[in-house]
Design a binder for this molecule. Structure first.
Ligand SMILES: [Zn+2]
Length: 78
């Protein structure tokens, strides 16, 4: 396999993460970084008071990605 082929293969399998709200039945924009999707999920949770989570490119929920309203503030406290 050439380096170019490897790069194409990596891009094809590059992870994609989305914040998903089961209450609204909608997903946010796609992020290549899990942290960004988690932030988006937290933003939705805080704004609408919905429990959200992060899904991958297959629509499968990431284990431990559940964000609840106020989680970010709770995490920021010592
Ligand atoms: Zn929602």
């Amino acid at each position: 396999m050439t380096i170019q082929e490897q790069e194409i293969a990596e891009r094809r399998w590059a992870p994609a993460y989305k914040a998903h709200c089961p209450r609204c039945k909608t997903s946010g924009r796609t992020f290549s970084s899990y942290g960004n999707a988690e932030q988006a999920a937290q933003g939705h949770a805080d704004k609408y008071g919905h429990v959200t989570h992060v899904i991958d490119q297959y629509g499968i929920r990431i284990v431990g990605s559940i964000r609840r309203p106020g989680d970010a503030e709770a995490a920021a406290k010592p």
